[in-house]
Design a protein around this ligand. Structure first.
Ligand SMILES: NC(=O)c1ccc[n+]([C@@H]2O[C@H](COP(=O)([O-])OP(=O)(O)OC[C@H]3O[C@@H](n4cnc5c(N)ncnc54)[C@H](OP(=O)(O)O)[C@@H]3O)[C@@H](O)[C@H]2O)c1
Length: 388
């Protein structure tokens, strides 16, 4: 029996994780849960899975949750940063599913690593912002980090049993999102609803918009750089609209090993939860004959400048990827609020990166400083754009 804590249980990854737990009661038990503000769903999850400890975003939400639960015996209810850290390091936990969205996922993930918990990592921002630190910290504590991102889960599997020195390059596949075939001239009028229509995956709003701009793939390049200790110039992106090939590893002899499956996040999540074993019937079987043709093409950097921005930030290193991530989060937030256009997201990130003074990252505080600077600068750029 593996005891699980989930950070971000009310999100898309969290809900899928709980579905796997519910279908495998003899393998997994939920001992701790953390959510943000979605109290009605969180209450249902608490009722169903009976965690010992839970946390929400702040005291106000914790108070409301306490009233809603109203049991004679309630789980320990906490809130905020310290609450998330306690969920992440709960004594009975064996594995933490890190699935809070955005930079907010970093501190509790680090707390979990420091407490020696294995990590099923969905929160890619942790790796983008602090990959080098996180990998070193996990290694020093003997912590396994198993990727949940389908691309990284695929590469993780394609590397198994092979000599890493013989890897020529990693190829991350990308669906291309809803605007793959939209002419560039129409990008200026993309609406929020348009950007939220992902063709293959149902995900939270932030990652869905990142997928539409392909910043998601940019973040994943940086995530792969640290997870697999691979130079950035050995990580490529290939657009594959069907999302059947989840990613590939090319070896020096010209062989390419790909991992395939139906586009269902319960596949990579269940692999991460049960690693090194596999769960029976985790997802529907892939029938390639009924899928038919699979397409592959190069990304269009004219339509999707975010990819090049991510390569540039990764090339600069130090605090630059954290600034990239922070400015993107602020810009995506502004797009969701209707303050800027879709095409402005990459322009804002570029302006922030161009003016960012890259500093070394030696401690978590350096990461948080870069995050703060990136956010502040992005807000300035957005305000300037709204005025002019
Ligand atoms: N969805 C996917 O298929 C997918 C695939 C690969 C990787 N990922 C990564 O997994 C992470 C989660 O993605 P998602 O799609 O599941 O996101 P999501 O549906 O938006 O869910 C985010 C979760 O985090 C919580 N949350 C948001 N902001 C928070 C904050 N400031 N403090 C504490 N909790 C907060 C939310 O709580 P409330 O809703 O209760 O407020 C929710 O539980 C992201 O890093 C994403 O890039 C997702």
């Amino acid at each position: 029996m593996k005891n699980i804590s989930i950070l971000g249980s009310t999100g898309s990854i969290g809900v899928n994780t709980l579905d796997i737990v519910a279908r495998n009661p003899s393998r997994f038990k939920v001992v701790a849960l953390a959510a943000g503000r979605n109290l009605s769903l969180f209450k249902r999850q608490i009722d169903k899975f009976g965690p010992e400890i839970v946390s929400v975003i702040d005291d106000e939400h914790a108070g409301k949750l306490r009233e809603m639960l109203g049991y004679p015996v309630v789980p320990k209810i906490l809130s905020g940063d310290s609450g998330y850290r306690e969920v992440a390091s709960w004594k009975k936990t064996d594995m933490v599913v890190s699935a809070i969205s955005g930079a907010a996922g970093l501190p509790p993930t680090i707390e979990a690593i420091d407490a020696g918990k294995d990590i099923a990592l969905a929160n890619k921002e942790t790796m983008v912002m602090a990959g080098e630190l996180v990998i070193a910290r996990a290694a020093s504590r003997g912590v396994n980090i198993i990727p949940v991102d389908s691309e990284h889960g695929a590469i993780f599997q394609c590397l198994k049993g092979h000599n890493k020195k013989e890897v020529k390059r990693l190829v991350l596949t990308a669906s291309g999102g809803p605007f793959l075939n939209l002419p560039l001239e129409r990008f200026a009028s993309i609406s929020l609803d348009d950007a939220l229509q992902h063709p293959n995956w149902e995900m939270g709003r932030k990652i869905t918009i990142d997928s539409a701009s392909m910043m998601n793939k940019g973040l994943e390049i940086i995530e792969a750089r640290w997870l697999f200790d691979m130079n950035i110039d050995k990580i490529d992106v290939c657009v594959h609209p069907q999302s059947i090939v989840h990613s590939m590893v090319e070896y020096i002899d010209g062989s390419v090993i790909a991992q395939m499956g139906v586009p269902d996040m319960r596949g990579p999540i269940s692999y991460a939860l049960s690693y090194p074993e596999r769960l029976q019937g985790a997802v529907e079987t892939l029938d390639l004959c009924s899928v038919g043709a699979l397409e592959f093409m190069s990304p269009d950097s004219g339509k999707f400048p975010a990819l090049e921005l991510a390569y540039a930030a990764a090339g600069k290193g130090g605090s630059a990827p954290a600034a990239l991530n922070a400015s993107n989060e602020v810009a995506v937030g502004a797009f969701i609020e209707g303050k800027i256009r879709f095409v402005d997201i990459a322009l804002i990130v570029k302006e922030v990166l161009d003016s960012h003074r890259t500093k070394e990252i030696n401690r978590v505080e350096d990461v948080l400083d870069a995050d703060c600077r990136g956010r502040a600068r992005a807000r300035e750029v957005i305000e300037k754009r709204m005025i002019s």
